[in-house]
Write a protein that binds this ligand. Structure first.
Ligand code: ZN
Length: 273
């Protein structure tokens, strides 16, 4: 059995109306026709995996530090403010476990929304940067739409995140075994395609569905779809696929934007073995 361990690299948090993440979380009724929005806090993190054959693998890259400042227009950041300390920057989180960008062997982007692909430019000119693994369906949708819009933003896609020199991509749009004990899961719904991550370790199987299902509240049961969704029927298929995998492997889930769960997770430099 390949030896696998992983840790969570925290990249700060995003705040926004919960309705983006979970549709109608506080519905009105005839006695309360204008209920208040529920403002929520949502973690942003990447997953650093050490695999005995593949080396160091980074799954997602968090937001770009500039997204907290003035890289994005106010029309975006007023709705989705980002809070990052310097220690949350990807290079500093890598440093906290004794690594630099040049030590990373494989970078995987679950999808190319801003809060998952913002740190990818760090890998320009590195070995991992030559061939970043992501979904071609998601990437082509994101690059086309973000470049088509005058603001440079479409949905969660941001033009600058596709404009780094010295990066190459390999597209994967199906379930894919990277090596023994490490698999990518093709999940529909949230965007044209999200690549989830599954790790089979000594302590059990872990599934990272990324934003295909970003919290326990979404997963249920009963499943609750987000307000922001590319394909509602595809979302239902993703839930079904994940439930089957959960049962098959008795898997534990680590959700991408679940603040309650996030508080309970081990973070770098501690590892799950
Ligand atoms: Zn996200």
């Amino acid at each position: 059995m390949s030896k696998i361990r992983f840790t969570i690299l925290s990249h700060g948090h995003i705040e926004n109306d919960l309705a983006w993440n979970t549709a109608t979380p506080n519905p009105g009724n005839r006695f309360n026709k204008n209920p208040e929005a529920i403002w929520g806090e949502f973690p942003s993190f990447s997953v650093l995996v050490e695999h005995s054959d593949l080396g160091w693998i980074l799954y997602d890259t968090g937001c770009h530090p500039g997204d907290e400042k003035d890289r994005l227009p106010k029309s975006f950041t007023d709705f989705f403010p980002l809070y990052m300390d310097e220690q949350d920057y990807l290079e500093n989180r890598l440093k906290s476990v004794g690594l630099t960008k040049d030590d990373i062997d494989v970078v995987i982007l679950s999808h190319t929304h801003w809060d998952h692909s913002g740190g990818v430019g760090l890998f320009s000119g590195t070995k991992a940067g030559e061939k970043i693994l992501t979904s071609g369906l998601d990437y082509s949708f994101g690059i086309a739409n973000s470049h088509a819009d005058i603001s440079g933003i479409d949905g969660g896609y941001i033009k600058q995140n596709y404009q780094h020199e010295g990066l190459g991509y390999e597209f994967i749009d199906e379930d894919y075994k990277l090596a023994e004990g490490i698999e990518l899961i093709a999940l529909e719904g949230h965007s044209p395609l999200v690549l989830g991550l599954m790790l089979h370790m000594e302590s059990g199987t872990y599934i990272f569905p990324s934003d295909a299902v970003s919290s326990k509240l979404n997963y249920g049961p009963p499943a609750k779809p987000p307000g922001f969704l590319y394909d509602s029927l595809g979302y239902g298929r993703a839930i079904k696929k994940l439930r089957e995998m959960e049962k098959k492997y008795d898997a534990k889930f680590i959700f991408s934007h679940d603040n309650e769960q996030f508080k309970t997770l081990k973070k770098a430099p501690e590892f799950y073995e």
